[in-house]
Ligand binder design. Sequence first.
Ligand SMILES: *Cc1c(COP(=O)(O)O)cnc(C)c1O
Length: 380
Amino acid sequence: MTNKRIYLSPPHMCGREEDFVREAFQSNWIAPLGPNVDGFEDDLASYLGCAGAAALSSGTAAIHLALQLLGVGPGDHVLVSDLTFAASANPVRYLGAEPIFVDADRATWNLDPMRLEEALEDLSARGVRPKALIVTHLYGVPADMDPILAITRRVGLPVVEDAAEALGTTYRGKHVGTFGRFGVLSFNGNKILSTSGGGALVSDDLGMLERARFLATQARDPAPHYEHSTLGYNYRLSNVLAGIGRGQMTVIEERVMARRANFAAYSEGLGELPGVSMMPSPDYGRANHWLTCLTIDPELAAAAGVTRDAVIDALNDRLNAEARPVWKPMHMQPLYHGTRCYGGDVGEALFRDGLCLPSGSSLEPADRARIIDVIRGLFS
Ligand SMILES: *Cc1c(COP(=O)(O)O)cnc(C)c1O
């Protein structure tokens, strides 16, 4: 294989990152605090239009802290989108609580508000009062927040938005991550903005963010010596990595446009093939289209002699291009075997039929055209 690997979602640096990183070296702020951390937090808050952001070592850490700040503890229950990455749910277990999963809606691939309603009614009849809801904006497509918030407000259920995949995504003109009590971002190597590893907790509650920073730096009480009355963590983002984040923030809108252009090109090239459906792009918001995904109906595609897995293999073998199935729903994971789930069929079908295509913002249009050609070729 001589072709350069076409990754699903590789990091995409713009050049400005090195200026901020060099500044960190020159000023010797090689620490989990410093001007880049402060600057990156300001950049994020002003871009999203929320009061503040706390830069952390990962999106997973941000979810962990959000749940802890909401008082989740042993024996509690937390509702979580079923179709998501495991990092949405795992922090529930870190705190000794149990997740309860809620299926996706076929129309959005995101949390189904009707299932949420059903879950809350059924749990209430069982005397279970969940402590929080974690709703994922899957692959950068916004969840339908209005009906979800109407339900959660009625019962006083705090919402944590897992916007790890959705920086730059809006819902009715407002950035996702700013609707719930907390929003969570990830800057892992595969996300739309990468600091190699990192994350952030965002909120309009500055007191809570201050508390998050306190917990993220080992929860040191004010004293000249090391005094601790609370269990803390080492979850702050390095000032070096925050410099990468500041550079990346100078081009975030361009990155969103490039990912959206991938989705548009794939939709045009593949959307009409028999049995192929693009993932939804609901008109209530602007998806960042972190990953472009589609489903291949097994029966319709079989008539054309194609399977989802044959597409993955062909892209790998012919173009050295990386494609993957859609996330495996949490209720199907061995880790969560036996966990309560409301619905589950939609996530199961999307896992069976769904495919994520190479979607990087640095994806060359020529490579994208070759990917489209290879897939079209399988169907003819
Ligand atoms: C990437 C991701 C996370 C975790 O973020 P890390 O920064 O890798 O810890 C959480 N939830 C979802 C949906 C993600 O895609």
